[in-house]
Design a protein. Structure first.
Length: 484
């Protein structure tokens, strides 16, 4: 058994902006089932604390640069038995809005907020917080935790560190004045350290100083070692990959929360053995979304941050092309993001009100209903470190339509003639980068949907895939053993 401190800026169900939150909840629970002593730590955002029935103060820490003691609150992560700590610094975290900002943009003091968070985690990691528990490994996630490996590297007696890259596109880059104001050690300002093209990067702190790097799929681990996906860090990442210090481990999902046989959010539970019952969810979704109830119409789901990374612009263009041709399809979309993409989807709905349904924002129950009710799930990301929605879709027999990149390439097998004949096909995969490539793939989807027996066979194969954390959690345990 190893003691693991799991540091993340968001953890579901308390705070969630994306897949990081889901992983930060479900992976620790899976590690605990693998007999690891796991504790999660996250900032005490107002919205998170308000959802906890019981959170007690277990320690107070004086932190450099913060005028009053920082409290450590302890609770149990909802739905699990995992110990959950929250860093309570009211000036930084007790505010309305999201974890990183509000509708007006990012919080201007984000560098100070997450530096404080990292310093508290370092104090706990060095057993200086009065908690009488010291981890063997500190597992950090994304740029908000990148200073933890950097600061711990300056200590002689320290736990090992693992840094997981969930999305290299977000690096936490700031200028030298911010570095100086935060009173960070000058020794970290160097090309081999935090310095990044004249500025400095939280993310690079993890990449340069952690004992081991991971990312969330094997293909993405290779992609970020190239200039196209490396965001100026490809050289460092390629070197660490060659040293065996960068590993890709594909994410799993919480198969209890995402289980069509027991899902209380959907109209009709179903399973691979009772796959025909799925049809009732399609009718219910069409009705609830104000679309004509039509069993023979191909219903496509889309749940996403509405940003170009996710290929939303291409999705809109391809769906519009097919609708202009009077294709027998419908689209149900749930998400929020770039105003221009939100507007484009609203415009598409206005032109085709009996074909397109849209909800701007996020609704967990509706997300489950879309996964259960749609025939196919649209996810043509330009890049995708891992992705979770395609895994939910496999679980629900809703065939993913994905671009061949990152974790999408690692988790979905194309419904080519050969793959269908050998019963390995689980969805639709395309390699191109244009709207025409996506439109051609959607035509393939429509063609297969016109053959119900062939479609059902791919559905069954998809539902029988193991998308749990079992294999991936075991790989993390092996990684911890390797470095500790």
């Amino acid at each position: 058994m190893r003691k693991i401190l799991f540091a993340s800026s968001e953890v579901a169900p308390l705070v969630k902006t994306g897949g990081l939150a889901d992983v930060s909840a479900s992976l620790p629970a899976a590690l605990a089932e693998n007999h690891q002593d796991v504790r999660i730590i996250m900032p005490a955002y107002r919205s998170a604390v308000s959802q906890l029935k019981k959170a007690e103060t277990v320690a107070e820490i004086n932190v450099n640069g913060y005028g009053e003691p920082v409290r450590i609150l302890q609770a149990t992560l909802p739905g699990t038995s995992v110990c959950f700590w929250l860093v309570d610094a009211p000036d930084f975290f007790d505010r309305d809005g999201g974890p990183y900002g509000n509708r007006d943009g990012d919080w201007p003091d984000n560098p100070a907020r997450f530096t404080l968070f990292c310093r508290v985690v370092v104090a706990i990691a060095l057993n200086q917080a009065g908690l009488h528990w010291q981890p063997d490994i500190v597992h950090c996630h994304d740029w908000q935790t990148g200073l933890i490996p950097a600061l711990l590297s300056l200590q002689s007696q320290r736990p090992k560190t693992v840094f997981t890259i969930h999305n290299l596109a977000y690096q936490g880059i700031f200028d030298r004045q911010v570095f100086d104001r935060l009173d960070l050690p000058d020794v970290l300002w160097r090309m081999e350290g935090l310095e990044y093209w004249g500025q400095w990067s939280f993310m690079k702190g993890g990449l340069a100083y952690a004992d081991q790097l991971t990312t969330v799929s094997p293909t993405y681990a290779q992609e970020i070692c190239t200039p196209e996906f490396g965001y100026g860090l490809a050289g460092l990442l390629a070197w660490r990959y060659e040293q065996g210090e960068l590993t890709g481990i594909v994410n799993g999902i919480d198969t209890e929360q995402w289980n069509p046989a027991t899902d209380s959010a959907i109209n009709q539970p179903y399973s691979a053995a009772k796959i025909r019952l799925k049809a009732a969810n399609k009718s219910a979704l069409q009705q609830d979304c104000g679309l004509p109830v039509s069993p023979k119409t191909l219903l496509i789901g889309l749940i996403s941050r509405l940003v170009e990374q996710k290929g939303i612009d291409h999705s809109i263009a391809a769906i519009r092309t097919l609708l202009e041709e009077q294709a027998d399809i419908q689209l149900v979309c749930l998400g929020a993001g770039q105003p221009e993409l939100e507007f484009a989807l609203q415009e598409l709905r206005a032109h085709y009100p009996d074909k397109v349904a849209l909800q701007i924002g996020y609704n967990e129950a509706l997300a489950h209903q879309i996964e259960a009710g749609a025939d196919a799930f649209l996810m043509p990301s330009r890049f995708e470190p891992c992705g979770l929605n395609q895994l939910y879709s496999l679980r629900y027999g809703t065939l993913p339509i994905v671009r061949k990149t990152g974790g999408l390439a690692d988790t979905v097998i194309d419904a080519s003639d050969e793959n269908r004949k050998n019963h390995t096909a689980t969805g639709f995969v395309f390699a191109g980068t244009t709207v025409s490539d996506l439109t051609a793939t959607l035509r393939r989807v429509m063609d297969l949907y016109d053959h119900p027996r062939l479609w059902r066979r791919v559905m069954l194969t998809a539902m029988l895939q193991d998308v749990s954390w079992a294999s991936s959690a075991a790989q993390y345990v092996n990684l911890y053993q390797k470095i500790n």
